[in-house]
Write a protein that binds this ligand. Structure first.
Ligand SMILES: Cc1cc2nc3c(=O)[nH]c(=O)nc-3n(C[C@H](O)[C@H](O)[C@H](O)COP(=O)(O)OP(=O)(O)OC[C@H]3O[C@@H](n4cnc5c(N)ncnc54)[C@H](O)[C@@H]3O)c2cc1C
Length: 478
């Protein structure tokens, strides 16, 4: 077989054909090559590397950091005797630098990684199943011993009258703007919406978030969502909840959105509108009907615990599954699917102690169950809630926004989950993830040294808070 890049496939006995070319696909291809099989990646739509490197993790997090630098310079923590100032000189230059980083990482982490690997072929084109062993791309039929659907997801655009007539932004266009919008309406209240909203607000846009539910991050407990809402409002973002969107129109230089907020009519205007209302799964036009692959009612690919679809020998991985949509889970699933397809591993996917982060500032970070989820599973829990005003590191940094919340199984003293709201709070997650995964008890956790003054010390203090009044402890006393 001759590839689009001119490479010749090896004569491996086993072959894998992957539709999609993002993180799940690359991880699967590398695993296949590692075990001596040949993988063909067929990608179209987004450039090589898919969502994360091109229009997701990388451009968003780099811009969030740039906006944070500006914000800290303009509104530094209150250290006496120090004055700073910052201003946005050239938004286009910020975007151009971001674009260069995306290009660099796409090359280094995707193109170069498959490079001249004779066991991986990359084809640019749209893949479609012909039968249970064959995928067609641009009239070329490619046979595989196993097939993998790794087509990911795209922005889900809600049906709102008039929206299709305005030039709305999504994560595929918002990080590529030439000019900073003077004002921005953000539709949605989950992680992509909040990260983008704060980033644009810190760059200097007047941002209004319009969220349908009564709370942003509605799947989290109210303490967390109320706190992050408060911090965002303190920075000047307008956050409106309970919004029913009725109609969108373009009037001269402004987008006008007619809504009902808690039943009362209200109109919002801004220069641009950003739609961040979830993800739609790329399962259309794949010829799934030709091979008997079933989808869930929301369009995501239906798979077993071993990631096999309803068609034997056809697997699916990554965002197209519609669950745990992170780049590290996509990569995990891609590799697992290959092990199950070729090594007969029959290993079940396991998301126990899965950490996740929302890159607002303060960050929202979680792992395992919250107290509500634990109760739904019939686990009796205790909750320790430690405001950061008790953490020496936060006091020294003069940034005590947020808290650390630990949830333990009352019967076993083992942690079942944590929720953290803290600047750089995501850096605290892995200690708890390990504790959950390996059954470390709260008592054992508190017996470990935690250096003074680190944010990590907050984990020990939160663990101590299960049994002690933290306000009455001396420095580092356990
Ligand atoms: C704004 C944003 C920020 C994010 N930030 C983070 C973060 O900080 N950390 C994190 O862990 N995750 C983050 N994510 C999620 C992460 O990007 C995704 O979970 C991950 O990229 C999914 O990888 P995937 O391989 O499943 O799909 P994708 O990367 O979407 O790849 C699928 C590829 O298949 C192509 N394709 C679709 N149909 C076909 C077809 N028929 N033929 C050929 N090709 C096709 C698509 O165009 C695409 O190139 C973010 C996502 C977004 C949108």
């Amino acid at each position: 077989m001759k590839s689009a890049s001119g490479k010749r496939a090896s004569n491996s006995a086993r072959s894998l054909v992957i539709i999609g070319g993002g993180s799940a696909a690359f991880s699967a291809a590398l695993k296949a090559a590692e075990i001596g099989a040949h993988a063909t990646i067929i990608n179209d739509g987004l450039p090589m590397g898919g969502t994360c490197v091109n229009v997701g993790c990388v451009p968003s997090k780099a811009l969030i950091r740039a906006a944070e630098v500006l914000h800290r310079a303009q509104r530094p923590p209150p250290f006496a005797g120090i004055a700073t100032s910052g201003r946005l000189l050239d938004f286009k230059a910020v975007i151009e630098q971001n674009r260069a980083l995306v290009k660099e990482l796409r090359q280094a982490k995707y193109a170069d990684v498959i490079g001249d690997n004779p066991n991986i072929t990359f084809i640019k084109g749209r893949g479609r199943f012909v039968d249970a062993k064959t995928v067609e791309v641009d009239g070329m039929k490619i046979r595989g011993d196993a097939l993998l659907i790794a087509t990911g997801a795209r922005p889900r655009v809600p049906t709102i009258a008039g929206l299709d007539k305005v030039n709305y932004l999504t994560n595929e266009t918002a990080f590529e703007l030439d000019a900073l919008p003077e004002s921005l309406l953000v539709i949605g209240g989950r992680y992509i919406a909040l990260e983008c909203a704060q980033m644009f607000a810190r760059m200097g846009s007047k941002v209004t978030v319009l969220q349908r539910s009564e709370r942003v991050l509605p799947d989290e407990t109210p303490d967390l969502t109320e706190a992050i809402t408060g911090y965002l409002r303190e920075e000047g973002l307008e956050i409106v909840t309970g919004v029913k969107l009725l109609h969108v129109t373009q009037e001269a230089e402004q987008v006008v959105v007619e809504t009902r907020v808690s039943g009362a009519p209200q109109t919002f205007r801004a220069q641009r509108i950003l739609v961040a209302t979830g993800r739609a799964y790329n399962t259309e036009n794949l010829g799934l009907e030709n091979v008997g692959v079933q989808t869930n009612p929301d369009g995501s690919a239906k798979v077993s615990e071993t990631l096999e679809t309803s068609a034997a020998g056809i697997y699916a991985a990554g965002d197209v599954l519609g669950e745990n949509m992170f780049v590290y889970t996509a990569a995990y699933e891609g590799a697992l699917a290959v092990e199950n397809a070729f090594n007969g591993a029959n290993r079940k996917r396991d998301y126990a102690a899965l950490p996740w982060v929302i890159f607002t500032d303060p960050q929202v970070a979680g792992v395992g169950l919250d107290e509500k989820q634990a109760a739904m599973q019939g686990i009796e829990t205790d909750v320790a809630m430690l405001p950061l005003s008790h953490v020496p590191r936060s006091l020294a940094a003069r940034d005590t926004r947020g808290f650390i919340k630990l949830i333990r199984n009352r019967a076993t003293d083992q942690l079942v989950g944590a929720r953290i709201l803290a600047a750089e709070g995501s850096e605290l997650l892995m200690e708890i993830a390990l504790a959950i995964k390996f059954g470390i008890t709260v008592r054992e956790l508190t017996s470990c040294f935690h250096p003074y003054l680190t944010l990590g010390e907050g984990i020990k203090l939160a663990a101590l808070a299960f049994s002690k009044d933290i306000g009455k402890l001396s420095c580092c006393a356990a």
